[in-house]
Write a protein that binds this ligand. Structure first.
Ligand code: NAP
Length: 363
């Protein structure tokens, strides 16, 4: 968020109270940090498993950084039950093992749930949203409500590895059309949550398997870059082949992409298209929206997680090494912060888009 920005026209006179489900985990903690001084939302309730319920947030949480906000530290962790949680806006950082039933119960009870879990991402009436790429998919919400009889709704954000790749591919899809994508990822340990991968397994090592990750990347990218036709999502027609690897990096997923396009393009043409892309204009100026959702670096040895993960406060995807591919058409490297753009920050931006569209009653 840029301090110099003037307030967005949709800024409410009072903040909306929000709840965080799974508040004690890695993504939950990222929500707490991102919302600490948010101009529209205030963390009113935190909830997690029975292991944490009843404790203060400070007591229940293995806080991973140094900046636990004092007000949140004193909140009592509740249970993930819509009868016990009041907030109309619910950010979910729940483990996928429980997210399905819990998120549906909240949506049924009239809450708008912004979910990080995989459970609903591929449902035919649930938007999977990176707003600069496909905010138009939010038009599915009335259909979701009618079909499911929910007063609330669920909006999901994408798998953290799919997110950076989707932002890098969106301008290429719009300008040239995509036929095939080969993607190899190098994914940070924070993507596995806390405590995640044991240190003796990952230090000095590369693990060429992340459970279900390749399948998620392969099915989510076409949905993200496809359309909503008023009745159903129409996935983009390109095929995706994914290799996903866990590497000893703290934050920041790197994706090496080889792309077959509908026509031959030069690297310079592709760079120009990528550098000019700003995404859906309705997202610009929202509190969590970065100045640029995508930046192109011309440096030979970038992007790098340590140097580039916090670009745009963790919301900007850095793309580099854009060059011709001797087998397909184009090669490039995309790097993004998995816990911010790929998780909590993406959810907060989705909520801001909904708020700016008048989706929430006045606080
Ligand atoms: P995590 O560190 O393991 O945290 C999981 C959270 O879920 C904790 O707050 C935990 O509470 C809660 N939980 C577990 N079992 C529960 C139950 N039975 N009832 C209620 N709450 C329960 O995981 P994470 O990395 O934050 O990931 C959270 C979600 O986001 C997952 O679905 C993950 O796939 C997704 N995601 C993660 C990333 C990333 O980069 N880490 C990116 C995108 C999406 P307790 O502390 O009480 O156990």
């Amino acid at each position: 968020m840029s301090a110099a920005r003037s307030p967005h026209p949709a800024t409410p006179s009072r903040k909306w109270p929000v709840a965080i489900l799974g508040a004690t985990g890695a993504v939950g903690q990222s929500f707490i940090r991102l919302l600490a001084n948010h101009p529209w939302f205030e963390v009113a309730e935190v909830a997690a498993s029975d292991r944490s319920a009843g404790k203060s947030y400070r007591e229940a949480t293995h806080w991973l950084e140094s900046d636990l906000p004092a007000r949140v530290a004193r909140l009592t962790v509740g249970r993930c039950d819509p009868a016990l949680v009041q907030a109309p806006i619910v950010f979910s950082a729940l483990d996928a093992g429980v997210a399905g039933d819990v998120e549906a119960a909240f949506a049924r009870a009239g809450r708008v749930v912004l979910s990080n879990a995989k459970n609903f991402r591929m449902e035919e009436d649930v938007p999977l949203v990176i707003p600069e790429v496909n905010a138009s998919h939010l038009a599915a919400l009335p259909v979701q409500r009618t079909r499911r009889g929910w007063r609330g709704a669920i909006v999901t954000n994408a798998n953290c590895a799919a997110t950076g790749a989707a932002v890098a591919l969106a301008p290429l899809q719009a300008a040239f059309g995509i036929e095939q994508v080969f993607i190899t990822t190098m994914q940070a340990v924070s993507g596995a949550g806390y405590p995640g991968v044991p240190s003796l397994d990952i230090l000095g090592n590369v693990i060429p398997y992340i459970g279900e990750e390749e399948e998620k990347v392969e099915r989510e990218l076409p949905k993200l870059l496809g359309g909503w036709d008023g009745v159903a999502f129409r996935p983009a027609s390109f095929a995706v082949s994914a290799h996903t690897n866990r590497v000893p990096v703290e934050h920041g997923h790197t994706a090496c992409l080889s792309v077959k396009l509908n026509r031959r393009v030069t690297a310079a043409e592709a760079q120009d298209v990528l550098a000019a892309w700003r995404g859906d204009p309705s997202v610009m100026g929202l509190p969590t929206a970065p100045e640029q959702p995508l930046v192109v670096t011309m440096a030979d040895a970038r992007p790098q997680p340590r140097r580039d993960a916090m670009a745009g406060n963790g919301m900007t995807v850095t793309v580099g090494r854009v060059r011709r591919d001797p087998v397909l058409d184009l090669r490039l490297v995309a790097m993004s912060h998995n816990v911010i753009r790929g998780a909590a920050g993406g959810s907060v931006l989705n909520a801001e888009v909904l708020a700016a569209r008048g989706e929430f009653a006045s606080p």
